[in-house]
Design a protein around this ligand. Structure first.
Ligand code: HEM
Length: 405
C-alpha cells in the first residue's frame, strides 16, 4: 500500500488483506528485561500454539546502527508501503511477532527498535498497564515537543502511574458528563445541516465531497456539544479545521507521507522535528477559543487542583487531537465503506435505524443505538478494517512471555 496524505496515522494503517483477517495490528517498543539479568534480546519470547510448546527466540533484527533504521523507514514509506512492510516480514520470519525498526528513527526517535505484535493473542498485553508502561508513547517511538502543547505533557502521554493522570482523566470524564444532554441534539443539528447541503450539491453537480465539509461539521459539533459554544460566533470563525490540521501535522509529520519525492520528503518530515514556533500563533488562536469557552470545566479544574492553563491545553488536545482527529478519519472511512457496500446494505441500515427511532417516539438515544445490531456491526467492521489509530505502543515493565496465534 502506498502511503497516503491525510495528516493522521490512518494513512499508515497496514490494511492487511487476507482470508483470515488479522484482528489487531500492534507494535511495542523494545521490551526490555527489568526484573532480572536476562539480556534484552532474550527478554521476550513467543510461544506458538499451546503453552506446552517450547519458547522461541523472537525472530528479526535491527540491522546496522543508522543504516538499519533508515532501511526499515524507506521500506515502510517508499519501497514497500506500510502493509507490505509488515506482511513481508511475517512471511520472512514465519511469525507475527518479530523485531523491527519503526519509523521515524533518525534524530527524532532516539530508539526505533521495537518488537512488533501483529496478532490477536499477543496484542492485548499492550493494554495491560501492570505489564507495560505507556509513558510518552502515545505517538510511538518518539514524542512530539511539548512546545506544541503549551509546555505540558498532555494526558495521552502520561502513564496511569503518574500522579497527574487520574486528575486529568477525571477532568475529561467531567467534560463528557457535563455535555451529555447536548451530544445528541447537537449531533443531529450539525450533521443534518451537513447532509442537507451535500444532498443539494449532489443534485446540482452529481457529486459531493463528504471529507472536506465534514471536518468543519465535526468541529462545530464538538464545540457546541462539549462547550455550548458555536465557533462561528467567536474569533475563531470557521478556521479551526485548517489550524488543527496544521498543528497535527507538526505533531505527526514523522509518521506521515505526503506523497512527495523521497529525496525531499524523507529529510523534511522523517529526520528532524519541524520547529514548533512555525505553528505557535495558530495554536494560540485555538487555545484562546478553548480558554474562553470552557467556563464550567475550568471551575472543575480548580476543584481538582489543575491549573486553568494546563486544563485548557488538555481540553484542546482531547477535543482537537483525540476526538476531532478520530472523527476526521473514521467518518469519511465509514461513508466510503458503506457507500461501497451497495444498495442492499443501505436499505437494511435505513430500515433498522428508522424503525428503532420510530419505536422510540422519533428520538435518537444511546439506548436506541444499542438496539441497532446491523448499524453497530457496520461501525465495528469499519473500525476493524481501518482503525483510526492503527498502532499501540508499550514499554515492558518486566520480562514477558507472549503467545502468538
Ligand atoms: C474516534 C474516536 C477515538 C478514537 C479512535 C480513539 C482512540 C484512542 C486510542 C487508540 C488510544 C490509545 C489507548 C492506549 O494507548 O492504550 C486513545 C487514548 C486516549 N484517548 Fe481516545 N479515541 C477517540 C476518542 C476520544 C475522545 C472522545 C476522548 C476524550 C474526550 C479521547 C481521549 C483519550 C485519552 C485521554 C487517551 C489517553 C488515555 C489514558 O492515558 O488513560 N479519545 N484513544
Amino acid at each position: 500500500m502506498a502511503s497516503v496524505s491525510t495528516p493522521f496515522p490512518i494513512s499508515l494503517n497496514p490494511k492487511i488483506v487476507r482470508s483470515k483477517p488479522l484482528k489487531f495490528r500492534v507494535l511495542t517498543r523494545p521490551i526490555k528485561a527489568s526484573g532480572s539479568e536476562t539480556p534484552p534480546d532474550l527478554a521476550v519470547a513467543t510461544r506458538t500454539g499451546s503453552k506446552d510448546l517450547p519458547i522461541r527466540t523472537i525472530p528479526g533484527n535491527y540491522g546496522l546502527p543508522i543504516v538499519g533504521p533508515i532501511k526499515d523507514r524507506w521500506d515502510y514509506f517508499y519501497d514497500q508501503g506500510a502493509e507490505e512492510f509488515f506482511k513481508s516480514r511475517i512471511r520472512k520470519y514465519n511469525s507475527t511477532v518479530y523485531r523491527v525498526n519503526m519509523p521515524p528513527g533518525g534524530f527524532i526517535a532516539e530508539n526505533p527498535q521495537v518488537v512488533a505484535l501483529l496478532d490477536g493473542k499477543s496484542f492485548p498485553v499492550l493494554f495491560d498497564v501492570d505489564k507495560v508502561e505507556k509513558k510518552d508513547l502515545f505517538t510511538g517511538t518518539y514524542m512530539p515537543s511539548t512546545d506544541l502543547t503549551g509546555g505540558y505533557r498532555i494526558l495521552s502521554y502520561l502513564d496511569p502511574s503518574e500522579p497527574k493522570h487520574e486528575k486529568l482523566k477525571s477532568l475529561l470524564f467531567f467534560l463528557l458528563k457535563s455535555s451529555r444532554n447536548r451530544i445528541f441534539p447537537e449531533f443531529q443539528a450539525t450533521y443534518s445541516e451537513l447532509f442537507d447541503s451535500l444532498e443539494k450539491e449532489l443534485s446540482l453537480k452529481g457529486k459531493a465531497d463528504f471529507g472536506g465539509s465534514s471536518d468543519g461539521t465535526a468541529f462545530n459539533f464538538l464545540a457546541r456539544a462539549f462547550y455550548g459554544t458555536n465557533p462561528v460566533d467567536t474569533k475563531l470563525k470557521a478556521d479551526a479545521p485548517g489550524l488543527i490540521t496544521k498543528w497535527v501535522l507538526f505533531n505527526l509529520h514523522p509518521l506521515l507521507s505526503l506523497g512527495l519525492p523521497r529525496i525531499i520528503e524523507d529529510p523534511l518530515l522523517h529526520t528532524f522535528s519541524l520547529p514548533p514556533a512555525l505553528v505557535k500563533s495558530d495554536y494560540q488562536r485555538l487555545y484562546e477559543f478553548f480558554y474562553e469557552s470552557a467556563g464550567e470545566i475550568l471551575v472543575e479544574a480548580d476543584k481538582l487542583g489543575i491549573s486553568r492553563e494546563e486544563a485548557t491545553h488538555n481540553l484542546l488536545f482531547a477535543t482537537c487531537f483525540n476526538t476531532w482527529g478520530g472523527m476526521k478519519i473514521l467518518f469519511p472511512n465509514m461513508v466510503k465503506r458503506i457507500g461501497r457496500a451497495g444498495h442492499k446494505v443501505h436499505n437494511q441500515l435505513a430500515e433498522e435505524i428508522r424503525s428503532v427511532i420510530k419505536s422510540n417516539g422519533g428520538e435518537l438515544t444511546m439506548g436506541g443505538i444499542e438496539k441497532m445490531e446491523l448499524t453497530k456491526s457496520v461501525v465495528y467492521e469499519c473500525l476493524r478494517f481501518e482503525p483510526p489509530v492503527p498502532a499501540q505502543y508499550g514499554r515492558a515493565k518486566k520480562d514477558l512471555v507472549t503467545e502468538d496465534f
